[in-house]
Design a protein around this ligand. Structure first.
Ligand code: BTN
Length: 269
């Protein structure tokens, strides 16, 4: 199969650069921005050999998985650009929900196919990580080149991750990376429109909180120093996670690895 944009993405003017194999779709997108590309353009592959994840972790996509990055040059502040990750989570959740209807009907009682969004930028199926999102940005002549990279485990998942991972294939969702990409490109066009260069973040935030994993649960966030422990209260108008501590404080968290429930005490160590 070949990669194609959905009808909504095509009519909204998106373009596509598809690769049989590539090191990193995020790196390729940033290279093209440095060479003058302004987007919006998708960079996609089903085999990524030197991909990058958050917190400098690798993200290798064996053939059959989906590595996709959308590049756009925007006139927004970096803090505003960072909130685009929440729109990306919503777009991916929407695409996956449509494509997994048959599998859900086969096992209606199972929680394994309940998709949720884990702060800051993961998509969970049940309690397992199905996809991750990495935002990167760089100043260029006309503004800020913003790259939103979305990696989805379609046929295979890594086994050595901090949060257990799964794939669509393991969950009984029999679709290809190409099919997922077409749906994702259309849902991206929709949620990118709602986000509206940050002006629509209040609505994105509301939709994201409706699908948030772990709201109201015990949480521990590790970001290098002392872990922050408490209850996951909400996300604020900047997209920070708000942790309510035992002492009653509300601590805004900008980055870190998040552990919920029983894993919160283990993750805090
Ligand atoms: C995470 O750590 O959870 C984020 C993973 C992001 C991986 C995607 S795959 C497409 C894009 N290209 C990359 O090199 N990384 C992102």
């Amino acid at each position: 199969m070949t990669f194609t944009l959905g009808p909504r993405a095509t009519s909204a003017g998106y373009r596509l650069a598809a690769f049989d194999q590539i090191g990193s779709t995020n790196a390729e997108a940033l290279l093209s921005a440095r060479a003058g590309e302004r987007g919006p353009i998708w960079f996609v592959t089903t085999e990524q050999t030197a991909g990058r994840g958050r917190r400098h972790r690798p993200w290798i996509a064996p053939r059959g998985n989906l590595a996709s990055s959308i590049l756009e040059v925007l006139s927004v502040q970096p803090g505003v650009a960072a909130t685009l990750g929440f729109a990306a989570g919503l777009a991916l959740e929407s695409a996956l929900a449509k494509l997994s209807v048959e599998a859900v009907l086969r096992s209606p009682e199972s929680d394994d196919l309940k998709f949720s969004l884990k702060w800051p930028n993961d998509l969970l199926a049940g309690r397992q990580k199905l996809a991750g999102i990495l935002l990167e940005a760089e100043a260029v002549a006309e503004g800020l080149a913003v790259v939103v990279g979305i990696g989805t485990n379609v046929v295979a998942a890594p086994t050595d991750t901090p949060t257990p991972a799964t794939s669509l294939k393991t969950l009984g969702v029999d679709i290809s990376a190409e099919e997922l990409f077409t749906a994702l490109s259309d849902d991206w066009a929709e949620f990118r429109g709602v986000w509206d260069n940050g002006r629509g973040f209040a609505e994105i935030r509301r939709l994201w909180l409706d699908r948030a994993a772990g709201l109201g649960q015990a949480v521990a966030v590790r970001a290098g120093g002392e872990p922050i422990e408490g209850t996951f209260d909400t996300i604020d108008e900047q997209g920070c996670m708000i942790v309510r501590t035992a002492a009653g404080g509300r601590v805004p968290v900008t980055a870190g690895d998040v552990y919920f429930g029983n894993a919160a005490s283990a993750g805090a160590r």
